[in-house]
Design a protein around this ligand. Structure first.
Ligand code: LRH
Ligand code: MN
Ligand code: MN
Length: 429
């Protein structure tokens, strides 16, 4: 059975909206032209934008208190890939999937074939040394790559090397390493020795990278370690990536910072020193909330992209950050959340392309703070929705992805094939 949404239904959905889109697109085109932008050119640029879907994002998330699974939860990586195929079919901005091992530990050839049949490929691999698996010899309770016990560290290194091996077989070219290692009490660990052990393990992982691969280290301020974390912030992350070598760079998960931290400045700093590797996009109100991208602070998302576009335009040859979503969908249909989140990130990118950079530089040089801020606001306030809709339509996607998805009844169809699962017993965070 073809898991994707029926092409006739999609065409029908689009035909209901296309006359209005023509009018809105023409109006936006005029508005942008007055500002010196060519809407068709921007539309083509928007169409090039891609952000990876995390395989774990298509299942309902949860907190340590509870998980409330919806109908038709994916049973395994092949179901997850089908859900990602539908997201890409409708959005056309999510061509890659990022796997997490061992959550997605299946036959690589079968995973690759399945992805190909759905028009998908694979983004960065994610290793998991923050949980114990049933058949695991050494526990990660007191850490993984930085554990005091050499055999536990070796096991964590081995796992990362295996992730690279699986990644190679499916056509990935990057590994993201996030560890939960740290401590829960002052004095519990020696911070310097713990970092040395981590670095030693990461050097072994780095040595196992194929030459065209990249290694992303992901920082996070706290959780599950609540007193100190080995890779707690962008400064440590930068030092680690620098220590490891040119194939290593830093991954910024938007939720992994203290509240009110200026993330766009972190982005600028890392890029300035050539160590910005990629992103896990999500939104946050208090901590690592993993809320939908752009749902809390869309202006901050725009400001991050304002920095990215600035770097992209200044250093086009070396600019290649990996974009991925990393969210937990607790109360929504994950497919709907991932579609709307991917489009929010794409929107922020296109809005950032509208910033008049000459005017901005002029106001900065003249210390005209108000006009500098207005220059950014002007781009941010522009409703680029018709441009995004047209980009999707041109690529065969849906003008309104959520409406088409609901009309197709995808969720209730897969719910008939995929057995209902219970949320009892709490969930993964
Ligand atoms: C840690 C994290 C990391 C993990 C994912 C499941 O909070 O952001 O990226 O791999 O969540
Ligand atoms: Mn993350
Ligand atoms: Mn996280």
């Amino acid at each position: 059975m073809n898991p994707l949404i029926d092409a006739a239904l999609l065409a029908d959905e689009n035909s209901k909206l296309s006359a209005d889109l023509d009018t809105d697109y023409a109006a936006l085109g005029e508005q942008l032209q007055r500002q010196g932008h060519d809407i068709d050119q921007l539309c083509n640029t928007a169409a090039q934008f891609g952000i990876a879907i995390p395989s774990w994002g298509v299942g309902t998330g949860g907190t340590r208190f509870a998980r409330f699974p919806g109908p038709g939860e994916p049973r395994h990586v092949f179901d997850k890939l089908e859900d990602c195929g539908v997201i890409q079919q409708l959005c056309r901005a999510t061509p890659k999937v990022s796997l997490h091992i061992p959550w997605d530990d299946e036959n690589p050839t079968e995973m690759k074939d399945k992805a190909q049949s759905l028009g998908l490929s694979f983004d960065a691999m994610n290793s998991n040394t923050f949980q114990d698996q049933p058949d695991q010899k050494h526990s990660y309770k007191y850490g993984s790559l930085s554990h005091t016990d050499a055999a536990t560290r070796a096991q964590a290194v081995e796992h990362n090397l295996r992730c690279i091996e699986i990644g190679e077989a499916i056509g990935s070219d990057a590994l993201t390493v996030w560890v939960g290692d740290g401590s829960n009490f002052p004095g519990q660990t020696h911070m310097g020795r713990q970092l040395d052990r981590y670095l030693d393990g990461m050097r072994q992982v780095y040595a196992g990278l194929p030459s065209h691969w990249r290694l992303f280290t992901e920082h996070k301020m706290y959780e599950p370690a609540f007193y100190s974390t080995v890779v707690q912030d962008w400064g440590s992350n930068y030092l680690i990536a620098k220590e490891l070598g040119p194939q290593a760079s830093c991954l910024v998960d938007l939720g992994h910072h203290a509240p009110n931290v200026n993330i766009e400045m972190i982005v600028s700093r890392l890029a300035h020193f050539g160590k910005l590797g990629g992103f896990h996009f999500n939104d946050s109100k208090y901590g690592d909330d993993d809320l939908d991208s752009g749902s809390i602070d869309p202006y901050r998302l725009f400001l991050v992209f304002n920095e990215l576009v600035d770097i992209e335009q200044r250093q086009p040859e070396s600019f290649n950050p990996a974009y991925m979503l990393d969210q937990s969908h607790n109360v929504t249909d994950p497919i709907e959340s991932l579609m709307s989140s991917a489009l929010e990130v794409q929107r922020a990118y296109v809005q950032a392309l509208l910033v008049d950079r000459e005017a901005l530089a002029f106001h900065q040089e003249n210390n005209d703070a108000l006009m500098a801020s207005e220059t950014l606001k002007r781009a941010f306030r522009t409703n680029v929705e018709p441009l995004l809709q047209r980009a999707r339509q041109n690529m065969g996607g849906a003008i309104n992805p959520v409406a088409a998805y609901r009309e197709a009844g995808y969720r209730s169809k897969v719910a008939k094939l995929r057995p209902a699962v219970s949320g009892a017993g709490g969930g993964i965070v």
